[in-house]
Ligand binder design. Structure first.
Ligand code: FMN
Length: 190
């Protein structure tokens, strides 16, 4: 069982990082192999909509997205931790998702699986936002729903927390950290 964590915040050791680390610790406690990547520290060029991927289902841009395609291929569980920024995910996360356009092209243009179907992948969303605004997670949810759908990742739940702003504020809510740990355990158990 391989768990790929995508730590979407540009703020290291911030709230989503902390929740994600707990999720990974929970998954690890059940024997899963865990790995976390940090899109904000990687070079992920935005999709250029060049449609080159329509020919072979591969992105022509050689940057840090290339190993991420392989990580997605190898993962059984994908957990995206993404703070709300202007109502959506941070730009590096959105760039990573947009660069999955080549997997969309594989599926819908070339009619081949976007990722190998030998694995049944599951996806999980973790998010936090500073405000308590109604619908504050809706844009992120919509984007992630589409991403999971295109990549044939089965949505397996989410943990979202509002009114969390200062770095480390989530630590004031031990039940939130506990939920993240237990979600990691549950998903790793299959
Ligand atoms: C650029 C930027 C935009 C933000 N936009 C929103 C927003 O639209 N709604 C909201 O509730 N919080 C917003 N926030 C606050 C963050 O979601 C909040 O501080 C969160 O706890 C950060 O999580 P992190 O520590 O994992 O980065 C924004 C923060 C930044 C830096």
């Amino acid at each position: 069982m391989k768990v790929l964590g995508i730590a979407g915040s540009p703020r290291r050791n911030g709230n989503t990082d902390l929740l994600q680390a707990e999720f990974m610790r929970g998954a690890g406690s059940k024997g899963a192999e865990v790995k976390t990547i940090y899109p904000s520290q990687m070079k992920i060029t935005p999709c250029q909509h060049c449609d080159t991927c329509f020919k072979e289902g591969k992105c022509r841009i050689q940057d840090d997205m290339q190993p991420i395609y392989e990580e997605l291929e190898q993962a059984d569980i994908i957990v995206l931790a993404s703070p709300v920024q202007f109502s959506g995910p941070p730009a590096p996360v959105k760039a990573m998702i947009d660069r999955c356009q080549c997997l969309w092209a594989k599926k819908y243009v070339l009619k081949i699986p976007p990722l190998s179907r030998e694995r049944k992948r599951k996806g999980f969303l973790i998010s936090v936002g500073a405000t308590g605004m109604k619908d504050m997670f809706e844009a992120t949810r919509g984007i992630v729903k589409t991403w999971f759908h295109v990549l044939e990742i089965e949505p397996a739940g989410e943990l979202v927390f509002s009114k969390i702003d200062e770095k480390g504020a989530i630590l004031q809510q031990p039940e939130a950290m506990q939920k993240a740990y237990e979600a990691g355990q549950k998903l790793a158990e299959g």
